[in-house]
Each structure stands twice: as C-alpha cells, then as structure tokens.
Write a protein that binds this ligand. Structure first.
Ligand SMILES: [Zn+2]
Length: 243
C-alpha cells in the first residue's frame, strides 16, 4: 500500500519532467507510428514513454548491451499500448530483459517465464532482433513487443487469462462476450482465421495476438472481427481504424 503510494508519487515526478531532446530523433526514426499522433496524443505518448524508460529496470542477456536508444524504443512500444490508460498500468512490471538473437521459436517459453515471474515485480523477456523486426514490418500483424506487453496488461487484474483491466462492468461483459465467441469460433473453425493460429492456444494468447493485429492491421480486424475490434477499442481507449 505505502509502496504503491510512493511509486505513484515518483511516477508523477518522472512524468512531469521535460521529454529528453536526445530521444526525439530516436522516436522519429524508430517509432514511426507516433508520427500520426496529434499534439495531445503526442504529449500523452511521451509521458508514458519516459516513465517506462526511467522506471523499469532494463537488462541485456546473451551478451547484449542495452543502449539508451533500445530503452527508448521498448518504452515507446509499451507507451503505444498504455498512452490512453492510467500511468500505473504497468505497476506489476519491474524489469525488461532484452536478449540477443531470436526467441521467436520459443514463444511458449517466453510466455511461461512471464507467467512464472509475473507477481508484483514481473519481468518481460524480449528478443531485441524481434522487437526491431516488429517495428520495421509495421503492418504485417506481428509485433513481439506489443504481444508480450499485452500479456503484462492482461496480468494487471491478477490473472493470466486474456482479460485486461477494463473500467466498467458493462464493458467487461461486452469484452468477455466478444472474446469468448471469437476464441471458440477459432478453436472450432480454424480455417476461417483472421488471427494467426497461435491465438487459439488459450485466451491469454488470443488477447495478445489480437492486440498485435489491432494496432498493425486495424481496418482488417474491424472488418473481419468487429466485436473483438470494438472490445479492444474499449480496452486501449483508442480507435486505430478511425470512425
Ligand atoms: Zn504470448
């Protein structure tokens, strides 16, 4: 309780600092999605980015040295998800481990590790190569950073169950309805898939994969799975396909 209050006070201080000028070219070059934000959205995005970059512990593994640019890039991916939510939404996340090389074929392992360490100070493990690839191919519906950070959001309400924090009971019901229907349909009729097959693993993966497609191919998701799209608009408080 006291810890949460102190963290909130510290976070507010970090949020109110000016955005470092040295980070602006990194955002412009590496986080191109942010170019579409209007002035108010840019301010929120930067606030979330800088709090994440300064507050979380970043560690390199397998010989990777984490640079300030990498920190800004990963924080920017997190801010993309959280910028319309509360600043404390990643309170449970303590550290980000960036790994050299590829973790892609060990996705289940990564998730298990996140799950295993996702108590109060959880850890997210990301392949730096995959993070870069996700950003370079901005519209293919694959983005490892969005995927893993969506899992962290999912954990916010206590469980690794595909249900992120949602504000009202009515919205929780609508979310559960849309997601369980689409998930069951995917399990029973895998041929007509909008999301990649991995989404059918369980509800948590369904939510994480749907999040990737929501941000990278919003028009396609809106057209093919309108209920899922609508539920994610409520979760992330943004409508990337536009009205
Ligand atoms: Zn996953």
């Amino acid at each position: 309780m006291i810890g949460a209050i102190l963290r909130r006070a510290k976070r507010a201080r970090l949020a109110s600092r000016p955005f470092p000028a040295a980070w602006l070219p990194v955002v412009a070059r590496r986080l191109r999605f942010a170019a579409a934000f209007d002035e108010a959205a840019t301010a929120r995005f930067r606030e979330h980015l800088q709090v994440f970059a300064w507050e979380k512990r970043f560690e390199g593994a397998r010989g990777l040295e984490v640079t300030e640019d990498m920190r800004v890039v990963v924080a920017g991916c997190a801010a993309r998800l959280s910028m319309n939510l509360r600043l404390d939404v990643f309170d449970e996340l303590g550290s980000v481990v960036l790994v050299k090389g590829d973790l892609q074929h060990a996705a289940a392992d990564t998730d298990t590790r996140v799950l295993g360490l996702a108590h109060r100070y959880g850890t997210v493990v990301l392949s730096w190569d995959a993070v870069e690839r996700g950003l370079a191919r901005a519209h293919d519906g694959h983005d490892v950073a969005l995927h893993e950070i969506a899992h962290i959001l999912d954990l916010k309400d206590g469980g690794f169950d595909g249900t992120p924090p949602i504000e009202t009971v009515a919205e929780v019901r609508a979310f559960a309805h849309a997601f369980s229907r689409a998930f069951l349909k995917m399990r029973t009729a895998p041929a007509a898939q909008v999301l990649r097959a991995y989404a059918a693993t369980n509800e948590a993966e369904f939510f994480a994969v749907a999040t990737e497609v929501f941000f990278e191919q919003p028009a396609r998701l809106k057209q093919r799975l309108p209920e899922v799209y609508g539920a994610l608009v409520k979760v992330y408080r943004v409508d990337p396909a536009g009205p």
